[in-house]
Design a protein around this ligand. Structure first.
Ligand SMILES: Nc1ncnc2c1ncn2[C@@H]1O[C@H](COP(=O)(O)OP(=O)(O)OP(=O)(O)O)[C@@H](O)[C@H]1O
Length: 259
């Protein structure tokens, strides 16, 4: 079976300005990363802050270009012209940590969710309205949210709106980058339960980027440990988590389980 997503020997560095007038150092953030993701799978990527997880996410979403290597989505290189086509991009979606920065503060909930629908699908206004109502219901919000602005709803509710927007055009793949990290613990649990439910209903293929192993064990089928821009360990299936070998993975696991 062909993977839906194939990350092939991807490397990424950034130019780091230093104190000298001339000469800037290359900061190697992603060092030769390869993995595949198959339809219906949920993959967790865990690692400490600064290890390069979000940069890898941006490379997968096509927001950053690799120095070398490829990101193939449905066998199409997303950094080449064909990969920038709307028919490819429609199938790649994301939910980020900072829900306030992810939305236009002058848009209503209706307008926020309508954004991808307007870009990727040309629906009549009645059909669009109907779709948005369905989506709101799917993420546990009622129609009273339709005309509300981001600053008039809670963080958890706004993240639900972002999730509704992410699934609005039934993408094949969603990347969640620390999607629950900035919410209160009780709200985190509600959103995680919503995501687990949506994953089942929609048979989503997804990647969960997080520093929190608990989230990963709750949602993911397998997990990759990321350290200094490299995958240092891959646990598949997630039920084998207690068998981690690498010292860093063990340390992360111990910090969660406390043994
Ligand atoms: N556009 C950029 N230009 C220069 N450096 C960058 C850029 N984007 C990221 N970096 C650097 O890359 C490194 C990895 O950042 P990244 O956000 O990918 O890590 P992370 O593992 O997601 O961390 P966190 O969990 O804190 O979000 C950091 O040192 C960051 O400063």
């Amino acid at each position: 079976m062909r993977p839906l997503l194939h990350v092939d020997q991807v490397k990424k560095s950034f130019l780091q300005p230093n104190q000298k007038l001339f000469g800037r150092k290359q900061n190697h953030i992603i060092r030769d990363v390869s993995f595949s993701l198959y339809q219906g799978e949920c993959l967790g990527i865990v690692g400490e802050s600064g290890s390069g997880k979000s940069t890898l996410g941006k490379l997968i979403l096509g927001l950053e270009k690799p120095d070398s290597g490829k990101v193939l989505f449905d066998n199409i290189d997303i950094h080449q012209r064909q990969g920038r086509h709307l028919t490819v991009r429609k199938n790649i979606s994301a939910v980020f940590q900072d829900y306030h920065a992810s939305v236009n503060p002058y848009f209503t909930v209706e307008q926020i969710i309508a954004e991808p629908i307007d870009i990727y699908e040309k629906l009549s206004s009645a059909m669009k309205k109907e779709r948005i109502h369905q989506l709101l219901e799917q993420v546990g919000l009622n129609s009273s949210f339709y005309h509300r602005y981001p600053h008039k709803i809670s963080g958890g509710q706004l993240q639900r709106v972002c999730i509704a927007r992410a699934i609005a055009c039934a993408p094949k793949f969603i990347l969640f980058d620390e999607a629950v990290s900035s919410l209160d613990i009780s709200v985190q649990a509600q959103i995680l339960s919503l995501l687990a439910q949506l994953q089942q209903q929609l048979n989503l293929t997804s990647i969960f980027i997080t520093h929190d192993l608990t989230t990963v064990t709750y949602l993911c089928d397998r997990v990759m440990f990321f350290y200094q821009g490299r995958i240092i360990e891959h646990i598949n299936p997630i039920s084998n988590l207690s068998n981690v070998k690498h010292a860093y993975s063990k340390q992360l696991l111990q910090s969660v389980l406390g043994f």
